[in-house]
Design a protein around this ligand. Structure first.
Ligand code: NZQ
Ligand code: ZN
Length: 387
């Protein structure tokens, strides 16, 4: 087992009606709040008004219109400007992972005097960040329990996963009823995202029985409950378990003591959504089985066998290669069965920029150090096979 140094300081307040504690939590920071949100889903579900009513004694400045795959310009830059102009005490993010990720970059940028891109691009290390509280309305990214924010810069086709310990939310409110209104498309993308977060940690060189079991249970839970959420969007129990599973997905708790995997599917997908602005979870679902097929060899075979038997219940008496190939096939079929388009062409990506993207990924994502090392040619092959 590898050494590690781990801390997740975020307070989770979970369950129906959790928001009642919002005023008490917000009052620990001061009166001036930057309320961040997206394109309006929080208004449709009544959450915006609920927040306004609960926080009537606070001074609220708003930043709305934060898009999926949140953009540095204008959202991060506008948010930083508002924080500085209004001497904001705390940021309240209400929405999905994109709103929260953007809020994290704003929180760091607000405490920095230069161009916030210096921080996101790791040129300068953040010394501080404004406190962040969030009400997460979509189960997917796990941003509510991690210190990462993924920010896109359109003009350079960059999509950077910016991580810094200052970016952990102080408190995350998780009320599964807010996810009842999430569309089938976004619910399925959320299932695929959290499943891939787990797969990225499961496929590593050095793992433990403990972590393997945690990951296998995550995957089974996400598939069973995810399907229930799609069949009945207001199934509280299923939405709740899916929400908690997603929360666990991305803060490293599933792989404490494991060796680094390099998160290859994310490295590849981030370029897809940077170049084509596609839905992150859909991009991952398309890439994952092709990546699996590409890396299956004598060395990785035992991992695939374990995955196939413990996650999909494949007959352990079959030949190992048969189990491994069936496991990859089951992965593909599950994503397809929840309505995810399984080809790049179906999400608007053709072969015209594959070379450019493969080069961008090879230069920026360090996948030559992944669990199964990927060269530029490997990345291109995975992309071609995903078309
Ligand atoms: O903008 P609004 O109107 O709020 O609508 C959103 C958006 O259109 C909608 N939505 C959110 N909550 C809803 C709802 N619709 C109805 N009812 C609700 N309760 O869903 C759409 C997608 O929202 P978004 O926030 O983009 O989705 P998600 O949470 O999946 O976030 C995706 C982003 O997170 C990044 C991705 O790359 C992508 O940019 N990631 C962040 C990670 C992290 N911080 O740890 C890790 C992930 O691997 C991922 O890379
Ligand atoms: Zn992800």
């Amino acid at each position: 087992m590898q050494n590690f140094d781990y801390q997740t300081p975020t307070r989770l307040i979970f369950g129906k009606g959790a928001i009642a504690k919002l005023p008490q939590v917000m009052s620990t920071f001061g009166k001036r709040i930057l309320l961040t949100y997206g394109g309006g889903s929080i208004k449709k579900i009544g959450l915006y008004q609920q927040v306004q009513d609960l926080l009537k004694d606070f001074e609220i400045i708003e930043l709305s219109g934060i898009q999926p795959n949140p953009k540095y310009n204008p959202s991060v830059l506008d948010g930083v400007r508002l924080c500085k102009e209004h001497k904001i005490d705390v940021i309240l993010s209400v929405g999905g992972g994109s709103v929260l990720d953007c809020s994290k970059a704003i929180a760091a940028g607000a405490c920095y005097n230069g161009d916030p891109w210096d921080l996101i691009s790791y040129k300068v290390k953040a010394q501080a960040a404004l406190p962040i509280v969030d009400i997460i309305t979509l189960a997917a990214t796990g941003s509510e329990y991690d210190c990462g924010g993924v920010i896109s810069r359109t003009e350079t086709n960059d999509k950077i996963g910016y991580m810094d310990r200052h970016l952990f939310p102080h408190t995350s409110f998780l009320d599964p009823t807010y996810t009842f209104s999430v569309s089938k498309k976004q619910t399925a993308a959320g299932i695929a995202d959290a499943m891939n977060h787990t797969i990225e940690q499961y496929f590593a060189e050095d793992t433990t029985l403990l972590n393997d079991g945690f990951c296998e249970s995550m995957l089974r839970s996400l598939m069973v409950n995810g399907r229930k959420c799609l069949d009945n969007p207001e199934d509280y129990t299923a939405r709740a378990e899916m929400m908690l599973a997603c929360t666990y997905g991305c803060n490293g708790i599933l792989s404490l003591g494991n060796s680094e995997s390099g998160w290859p599917c994310h490295g590849i997908e981030h370029a897809l959504s940077a170049y084509y602005d596609i839905t992150h979870g859909e991009g991952l679902a398309i890439i994952t089985p092709r990546w699996m097929t590409h890396i299956l060899d004598e060395h990785t075979l035992p991992r695939f066998v374990k995955y196939g038997i413990n996650v999909f219940g494949i007959d352990a008496s079959l030949d190992e290669w048969t189990i491994a190939r069936k496991a990859i096939d089951e992965t593909y079929k599950f994503f397809e069965s929840i309505g995810i388009p399984m080809h790049l062409r179906e999400v608007g990506i053709d072969d015209s920029r594959l070379d450019e993207m493969a080069h961008h990924i090879a230069v920026n994502e360090g996948l030559e150090n992944a669990y199964a090392p990927l060269s530029e040619k490997d990345i291109k092959d995975i992309l071609v096979n995903s078309l």
